[in-house]
Design a protein around this ligand. Structure first.
Ligand code: PBE
Length: 270
């Protein structure tokens, strides 16, 4: 089909995910900024619903425009998926995922703080856990636990100089996506091995930032920057401690199957 028929076939609709997501906010911005997306809308539902729609479209070789991101298994499972170019840079280039801690954590729980500060892993690590979970139908928490057992070298780097404690409580606040369920569960498992009592609280992005800023949660591993969660980050700047990135090479954007003969967001039609 030609570009015009693609836009008509998808009824000028981007198939998206949860309303609270950073990528949802960013996509609303893209719709405002691109001439080519004039009159388009973003259908918001859930990540699971979007993945089902994508699967159906690919099986039928029908056009679809989704909100895509890495780390995720979508590009591994659907070799047919590609990002659309974003010449206006609305979605940024590459993202990092940052660790944020509440003010005072360093003084109150220095060993937890040290471990969180030393936590860093690669896209392949996170994606490996996500892929295994979806392929085997095993809960992320379980896969994460196994990953920790199988990666003593990584764990020893993160725990270097961290002393054992006896039941100190620590609350990680996290978003509910598989990517962040993976990191939170991996770090929780390592913290437990040092004697911490860990809880993971899954909440919307906005609440993650609010909780850390107000000291209701100890830390999060789930801040996608500089674009995805900019709005929330800026709102609470100076009210949390930024421990830097725990993963490099993340990305968000609009994605389509490769059988759609377009390369750029600008190739869509109003
Ligand atoms: N995501 C996955 C989230 C962060 C993790 C890209 C869907 C978002 O806030 O958009």
């Amino acid at each position: 089909g030609n570009e015009k028929s693609y836009s008509e076939a998808v009824e000028h609709m981007i198939t998206g995910i949860e309303p609270g997501a950073g990528i949802t906010v960013t996509t609303e911005k893209a719709i405002e900024e691109y001439e080519s997306l004039k009159g388009w809308s973003l259908e918001q539902s859930s990540t699971a619903a979007m993945m089902t729609r994508l699967d159906e479209a690919i099986q039928k070789q029908e056009p679809i425009v989704i909100t895509g991101w890495n780390p995720h298994w979508m590009f591994a499972k659907y070799k047919d998926l590609k990002y659309l170019k974003d010449p206006k840079g609305v979605y940024g280039k590459t993202e990092v995922i940052k660790t944020l801690a509440r003010k005072g954590l360093k003084e109150d729980k220095p060993n937890a703080y040290k471990l969180l500060d030393q936590f860093h892993w690669e896209v392949e690590d996170m994606e490996g856990i996500m892929l295994e979970s979806t392929e085997t139908g095993t809960d992320i928490a379980k896969v994460a636990k196994k990953w920790v057992e199988e990666h003593p070298d990584a764990v020893s780097k993160w725990t270097k100089g961290v002393e054992d404690v006896n039941g100190v409580g620590i609350e990680l606040v996290s978003t509910p996506w598989d990517s962040e369920r993976a990191s939170a569960n991996v770090v929780a498992e390592v913290l437990r091995s040092k004697g911490f009592e860990v809880t993971i609280t899954p909440v919307d992005v906005a609440i993650v930032f609010k909780a850390i800023a107000e000291g209701d949660g100890d830390a999060t591993l789930a801040a996608w920057m500089p674009v995805t969660h900019k709005e929330f980050y800026d709102k609470y700047t100076d009210q949390f401690e930024d421990l830097g990135e725990n993963l490099k090479g993340a990305k968000i954007g609009l994605a389509v199957p490769k059988y759609m003969d377009i390369d750029s967001i600008e190739d869509l039609k109003p």
